[in-house]
Structure formats: C-alpha cells, structure tokens
Design a protein around this ligand. Structure first.
Ligand code: C2E
Ligand code: CA
Ligand code: CA
Length: 527
C-alpha cells in the first residue's frame, strides 16, 4: 500500500500544536464573549433594580412629606405663635426635615425654627416657583455654609395662589450609597433638581453640566421634579479582567484538550498503520446456521486486532477510529488480503455455495476506489465456490442515489447484499422497498428482547412479516439462548447466528469447530 495514502492524513506535532492554539483561541474568544455578555446583563439588570429602589425610596419620602404639609394646612388660620408649637414638633419628628415655613402670598411669615418672620420666599429660596403645586430647589444651607446643602421643597396649599408650605430638607446621600453597597461598580449617585445636582462624592452643589457624562441610569422620581443619576460602568475593568482570565483558562483547557484528542487520534491512526504493516490484524469467523437444517451454511468474517502492548482492541473502537481518520479503505483492503490468505484453507473444508459475509463501512462504499477494491478481492477468491455477502448498515444507505447504483453494480458482479443491524436506524422499513436486498440482519437488540419465552415482540413480528412478503431472507444475530433460537425458528427466521451456536473464532479454531460433530437436540427434535 502506498505510504503517501497515509501520510496525507498524518498531522505533525507542529501542526497539532498550531491547531491546539487555534482551537484554544477560538474557544477563549467565544467564552470571553459569552462571559462578558452575561456579566454585562447582570450589571444592567442590577442597575435597573437599584434605580427602581432608590427612586421609590425618594418617592415615599416626598409623598410622606407632602401629606404632612396637608396636615399642617389648618395652621394658616391660627396665628404664628399658637401654631408654632405644632409646626416645630412636626418638623422635629419628621426625619431629615430642618424647618417648615408657612408662606402667604409669597411671603414667609412663620417658621418652625424661629417663629414669626417676614421674608419674601424669593429671598429664602431663590429659584423656587411658588405658583407651582410642587417645586424643589437645591441650595446651600446658608449663604455662608456652602459645605452643607439642603433641598427646598414647596407645596402649594390647595386652592391658594402663592401660599403654601416651604420645607427644608437636609440631604444625606448615605442611604443611597448603602443601597448601592452591593453594586460595587457604582462610582457615584447624583440627585438632580433643575440644573443643580448633589453628588455622593461630596456634598457640594454642582451644575448638571459638571456631572460626568453618560450616567448608566437616570431615574425620575415619580410625581416630583427630582431625578437620580447613577454613575458606574456596565463592563468595569474588574469584570473585563475576570472574563479575560476565565477565557484564558478556558482557552488553554480547550486547546490542550483539542491537542490531546488530535494526538490520541494521530497515535491511534499511526498505530492502525503500524498494525497493518506488522500484521497485527487477523480474522475471526462466526457461523450462521440454517434454521431448518441447523447446518452452518455461512459465516461472517470479523476483524480482530491484537496490539503487542495494548492487547485485543475491540473492533468498534478501531473501526470507528479508522473511519474518522479516513483509514477505513486501507484497513478494508487489508481485510480483503487477509480473507484471500485464509480462503484457500476454508475452501478445502467448506462446501460449494457456502455464504461468506464481509462487513463494509459506508465510507468505503462511496470511495472512488470501491469498485476496484471489490474486483481485486473477487479476483483473489476461488471462482464459483463461495457466495459473497456484503453486510452494510442502514447508515450506508442514506445516500440513496449512490447506494442504488452501487447495489445494482454489486448484484451484477454476483454479490449479495445484507442490511446489517437492521432496525437500529430511523427509517429502516423504507430501505426494504427502495433497494434490492438479499438478506436482512436483525439487530441483536431485538433478539435480546425475546429472552422471556412467553413474550412476543410486535416489532420483530412486523419485520419478519414484511421481509417474508418482500422475499428477503432473514438472519438473526446475537442468538444466545435456546428460547431465542426456538422462537426464531418457530417464526421462520432463515439464519441464526450467535454465541449460542459459536463465538467468532480464529481460523484454526473455526475449522475445528466446523469439523466437530454438533447436536442441538433441544432444537432439532422440534425442527
Ligand atoms: P456487527 O457487524 O453487528 O457484528 C456482530 C457483533 O456481534 C460482533 O462483534 C460479534 O462478535 C458480536 N456477536 C456475535 N454473536 C453474539 C452474541 O450472541 N451476543 C452478543 N452480545 N454479541 C455477539 P465484534 O466482532 O466485536 O464487532 C463489532 C462490530 O465491529 C461489528 O458489528 C461491525 O460493525 C464492526 N466490525 C467488525 N469487523 C469488521 C470488519 O471487518 N469491517 C467492518 N467494516 N466492520 C467490522
Ligand atoms: Ca455484521
Ligand atoms: Ca449488529
């Protein structure tokens, strides 16, 4: 076999390393993207909750205050001295309230702090519009004490024009920061009224245009001319660092895993090639018994691999690996050459017309060399002695057009076709109509379910009925018990194969088995 056939698929260590890096990078980018996206969304909804909580806290506070001012309305009718006590105690008991001041016709005349007074509201709270129902301003507590700020809140008396209650509220943004304590990425919070703002950074009053750009949230306090600005980041540096770190770890893991898988595959691939070269593969034969005569009318060839250190490697493993590594063609060619070696010995023992079943992989079926490989095999086999049956799984029939062509070509060449593992694919029954099939090999899963002697299997019954109608011979694989054999014979299955009769055996043992006398008294007496 030409060496180039394999070297095409052979990945060098350098290639595997590069592939591992590429896989790792893709995985890292992918993971990093997803991780950042999740973090971003988490922060985003965190800010929503925060904005919602803070503005409803403020709303509750302001509406409570507003209700208090309604309660104070009767004091307009008392003189300041009498009403003053009530005003003072209300202010004292209301959290964060400095003073309540009664205003009539834009003139402040009674304060909870100082009693009688006479001062235009305009001077007390410049910028406050007393013709509005509710108006707020932010201002320094006193003209001298710029460090402390207050909110001046105006609540107009119902029905009055420029009369109402003016309250001063001391502002402490600490509660807002406490609110945001679980949001580590709040850089600051600002309370905005008109074009003035107070930020949690310091208690100075700033103009709104001095605030940082792009708050992550702006929340309007419902019903009051107050807004909350929340400053922070949706994707802060620490999140980015975290996702970068996680991506790197993930990328390294995936990349190494990818490189590992590639290396293992390369090793297995390499080992299969060495195995072929060093003749580590051999064949096992398992008879198929004619259900009427209980003679071994045919046999299936199964490949075996005895690795010098790993021992016997199951065919499922190496056949799958060979398929994945595009090595199934050379492996099957090797199988054919092994068959060609054994066949001369078998010919002397097995009568003319004995069926010889070989498994074919779907990927070989559609390879460019398939027909040539089959013809090479045919040429190496004794003429007119064996009936060659190719076992093909349902998977091999998915490419319908190609399958039809190949099946009819095989038939023209005098070969027979058997559907292997019948019933395990999705659309098994459809194939029976579409293709010309000679044998149907019922999967051992179905045979297994017969073990309870009394139970019948409706699916199996249906398969057998259809096969019978379509004149397709049936083979049961995996027959392990007398009950199963009995049931299958009674239901007209044509061939039986399984451990009950014989395990797959290497050539010499198979010949011994074949030549030894066999009695199936518990089956035969009823045949
Ligand atoms: P398969 O073609 O369905 O072969 C039947 C499997 O059932 C064989 O396993 C056989 O040893 C096992 N078997 C036979 N009688 C019994 C039984 O009574 N009970 C149970 N539980 N099992 C039984 P094996 O030899 O391990 O092969 C496994 C699969 O590997 C085969 O399934 C076939 O798909 C694949 N394979 C084996 N040799 C070749 C080959 O030369 N070429 C290809 N393409 N595939 C092969
Ligand atoms: Ca088979
Ligand atoms: Ca099977």
């Amino acid at each position: 076999m030409p060496r180039t056939l394999f070297s095409d698929n052979y990945l060098s260590t350098k290639q595997i390393t590069s592939l591992g890096i590429v896989i790792g990078l893709i995985a890292a980018l992918f993971f990093g993207g997803i991780f950042s996206f999740i973090q971003y969304n988490k922060r985003d909804s965190g800010y929503n909750v925060l904005a919602q909580n803070m503005s409803s806290y403020l709303q509750t506070f302001f509406s409570h205050l507003q209700n208090t001012t309604y309660d104070l309305q009767p004091l307009f009718h008392a003189n300041c001295r009498n009403g003053n006590w009530e005003l003072t105690s209300r202010a004292a008991f209301q959290i964060n309230i400095r003073t309540f001041i009664l205003v009539r016709d834009s003139i402040a005349f009674c304060s909870s702090a100082t009693g009688n007074m006479l001062m235009p509201l305009k001077e007390l709270a410049p910028g406050l519009n007393d013709s509005k129902d509710v108006d707020f301003v932010i201002m320094p507590e006193t003209l001298k004490m710029h460090n402390n700020s207050i909110i001046g809140a105006w609540f107009r008396s119902p029905g009055a024009e420029n009369s109402g209650i003016y309250a001063t509220i001391s502002i402490n943004l600490t509660p807002y920061l406490l609110f945001s304590a679980n949001q580590q990425n709040i850089s600051s919070v600002a309370l905005v009224i008109g074009d003035k703002a107070l930020t949690s950074n310091n208690n100075h009053i700033v103009n709104t245009d001095q605030l940082p750009d792009d708050p992550v949230r702006i929340a309007q306090v419902p019903g009051y001319p107050v807004k909350l600005y929340i400053f922070g980041s949706l994707l802060p540096a620490e999140d980015l660092q975290l996702s970068a770190l996680a991506s790197v770890i993930f990328g390294v893991l995936v990349g190494s895993f990818g490189a590992y898988i590639l290396t293992v595959h390369r090793r297995l691939e390499h080992k299969i090639l060495v195995g072929i070269k060093q003749n580590q593969f051999y064949l096992a034969y398992q008879p198929a018994m004619n259900s009427t005569t209980l003679n071994a009318d045919g046999f299936e060839v199964l490949m075996r691999w005895k690795h010098p250190t790993a021992g016997l490697i199951p065919p499922d493993v190496f056949i799958n690996a060979a398929e994945a590594q595009q090595l199934i063609v050379p492996l099957t060619r090797h199988l054919f050459s092994l068959v060609a070696q054994d066949i001369h010995k078998l010919k002397t023992i097995l009568p003319v017309g004995t069926k010889l079943a070989l498994n074919l992989s779907p990927s070989h079926l559609y390879s460019s060399s398939f027909k040539a490989d089959i013809l090479t095999l045919a040429a190496a086999l004794p003429q007119n002695h064996f009936q060659i049956v190719f076992e093909i799984t349902e998977r091999g029939m998915l490419q319908e057009k190609e399958a039809t062509d190949i099946f009819s070509w095989l038939h023209q060449q005098g070969f027979f076709i058997s559907v292997d593992d019948f019933g395990t694919g999705n659309s098994a029954l459809i194939y029976l109509e579409r293709f010309t099939i000679d044998y149907l090999k019922i999967d051992k899963g179905f045979i297994n379910s017969i073990c309870v002697a009394t139970a019948t299997s409706p699916v199996l019954d249906a398969i057998l009925t259809i096969a019978h109608r379509l004149d397709i011979k049936t083979v049961a694989e995996g027959v392990e018990t007398t009950e199963q054999a009995r049931w299958l014979i009674d239901h007209g299955v044509n061939y039986l194969q399984g451990y009950y009769f014989c395990h797959p055996l290497p050539l010499e043992q198979f010949i011994q088995w074949y030549q030894a006398p066999r009695h199936y008294s518990d089956l035969l007496n009823k045949v």
